[in-house]
Design a protein around this ligand. Structure first.
Ligand code: 3AM
Length: 190
């Protein structure tokens, strides 16, 4: 039987953006006590969560996604505002929004992935795509008034970068938190 691999497809972030986000997160961390904030190395933008799959099924998706190289084009991503899922009233996930240029580029990439993986047995996502960079997760409720107030005065300055590839990332769940490892890089057409 083949090994089971937990993985997802993601846009990697430039080191400088991860560094700046880690500084930003450190300032938010001081306003909370029970929220779990993301580690710098783990910051990314998820395109599609693949879950636990046999290694052969993951191997089979690699050639299908490599073909994107002749179809998909690089684009720019710019970070926007901090938001929360499901909402600010009882946040469970804190995230930073993104905007792509051209504006539909990220959606085109995500839809191309969905369309190309479906024939390989990966179910299409039914929930609307809300691209974001997860910064933290709140499982134990706490008062976020100080955090929201701080964010009004100290938003994350917009950061732009060119997306020239996306990755297949393995997620290894460990007691100290998930560890992510790039399994494969998929270039976008130059
Ligand atoms: O990029 P974020 O942090 O939003 O929430 C998980 C994370 O997304 C998501 O996959 C990314 C890498 O772990 N994820 C985890 N379990 C999931 C599930 N069952 C899931 N997304 C959808 N369904």
């Amino acid at each position: 039987m083949s090994e089971i691999i937990r993985s997802f497809l993601a846009v990697e972030l430039p080191e400088l953006l991860k560094f700046k986000l880690a500084e930003f997160i450190a300032s938010l961390q001081m306003k909370t006590s029970k929220t779990k904030w993301a580690r710098e190395a783990n910051l990314h933008l998820t395109l599609k969560f693949l879950g636990n799959q046999p290694a052969d099924k993951i191997d089979a998706l690699i050639p299908a996604l490599i073909r994107g190289n002749s179809i998909l084009k690089p684009f720019r991503l710019t970070t926007t505002k901090l938001g929360a899922f499901p909402g600010k009233k009882r946040p469970r996930v804190f995230w930073l929004g993104t905007e792509s240029t051209p504006s539909n580029a990220l959606m085109i990439l995500r839809n191309w992935i969905e369309d190309n993986l479906e024939p390989l047995g990966f179910e299409k996502e039914t929930k609307p795509f809300r691209p974001h960079l997860t910064l933290g997760r709140s499982k134990i409720p706490e008062n976020f008034d100080a955090l929201w107030e701080y964010l009004e005065a100290h938003p994350f300055p917009p950061f732009s970068f060119e997306v020239e590839h996306f990755v297949l990332m393995r997620s290894i769940l460990k007691p100290a938190g998930a560890e992510y490892r790039v399994l494969q890089k998929f270039s976008l057409q130059k």
